[in-house]
Ligand binder design. Structure first.
Ligand code: FAD
Length: 295
């Protein structure tokens, strides 16, 4: 199913996973997915070459999700890909029955200064996929606190607008712990004529160091409430995780109250704590989601 069709009828819940390394069997991720499916997600997304790695098992993961009858969205980047590569990958996805794709520029591998492919920016990739495969539902990334390398918020939003104009049908955002900043961003992009639905990416707060690393890597801020948890439980990982889960549940409710169109949890291929969060937030089925949003 196309994600835009889902977004027309409900606030979506989705999970992001990453593919196992080439030498690692799929069993662990398939087991994780089997638990995530119990939470009735509307779709699963699978990253592509994040951190500059190769495509790896992205296609295999997407095929496995699709086989279970769940909607899936592969991520695809410009890194090292020429037009023919993109055509081949997208054709393979379509052969698997996949109808959605998140089209990204990708982060440059260490030592690279460009994509070393035919497309320099996500907008170019989106335009190409739209022209070659008009039936696909294409998502674009967005940055509520500005992309790390963007010259200004205004220019970043201008490029986001052009991603919509070139064929993106929905937005999926970078992690953003600062919900008021997210709300200001939504206001700004709506003023800029960006009308497509917005799915908020949420990074669960579970382990202190990776949360700090990923937040700073993406140039995002750490609000005082989260900083306090980080300070208080610096040397007490179990208490940090407990407080982090409560914080993440509260964040989910704040995002829902802000009227977002969908919630996308970066699972980091974990299911136990994600299940705890989703159940505690009361979002493990559509009806509760709507009630919670209006509560
Ligand atoms: P772009 O939209 O191309 O923007 C990149 C930068 O260039 C921005 O600063 C923008 O302002 C600027 N820009 C855009 N267009 C132009 C233009 N025409 N001229 C000049 N400047 C321009 N990375 C992976 O490698 N694999 C993944 O699976 C992955 N999944 C992600 C999922 C989500 C939800 C998000 C938010 C990010 C993901 N990323 C992933 C990271 C992403 O690839 C990086 O953040 C990357 O640096 C930017 O990608 P983009 O698609 O936003 O690029």
């Amino acid at each position: 199913m196309k994600i835009t069709e889902l977004l027309h009828t409900k606030m979506t819940l989705s999970f992001e996973v990453f593919p196992p390394k080439d030498e690692v069997p799929m069993d662990g991720l398939l087991e994780t997915l089997s638990h995530l499916y119990l939470l009735q997600p509307d779709f699963i997304s699978c990253t592509y070459g994040a951190g500059g790695s190769k495509r790896g098992k992205n296609m295999e993961v997407c095929g496995a999700v699709k086989k279970t009858g769940h909607t899936v969205m592969p991520h695809l980047t410009c890194i090292g890909n020429v037009r023919d590569d993109i055509k081949q990958f997208v054709s393979e996805y379509i052969d698997l029955g996949i109808e959605n794709i998140l089209a990204l520029r990708g982060d440059f591998p260490a030592g690279w200064e460009g994509t070393k492919g035919d497309f320099a920016y996500a907008g170019d990739l989106i335009g190409f996929i739209r022209a070659e495969f008009p039936g696909l539902c294409i998502g674009a990334a967005a940055y509520p606190e500005k992309h790390l390398t963007a010259l200004s918020m205004e220019s970043d939003i201008g490029y986001l607008r052009s991603k919509q104009d070139k064929g993106a049908a929905f937005i999926m955002t970078q992690l953003c712990h600062d919900v008021p900043a997210f709300e200001r961003f939504v206001e700004q992009i709506r003023k800029a004529g960006i009308t497509i639905p917005i799915i908020a990416g949420i990074m669960p707060v579970l382990v202190r160091e990776p949360v700090i690393r990923m937040t700073l890597f993406n140039g995002c801020s750490i609000p005082a409430e989260l900083a306090a948890i980080m300070g208080k439980y610096e040397k007490d990982p179990p208490s940090f995780t407990k407080a982090g889960i409560e914080y993440t549940v509260a964040q989910i409710h704040r995002y829902m109250a802000a009227g977002i169109d969908g919630l996308h949890l970066y699972t980091l291929n974990k299911w136990e704590k994600i299940t705890e969060i989703v159940r505690a937030a009361g979002i493990d089925n559509g009806i509760q989601r709507k009630e919670a949003a209006t509560a």
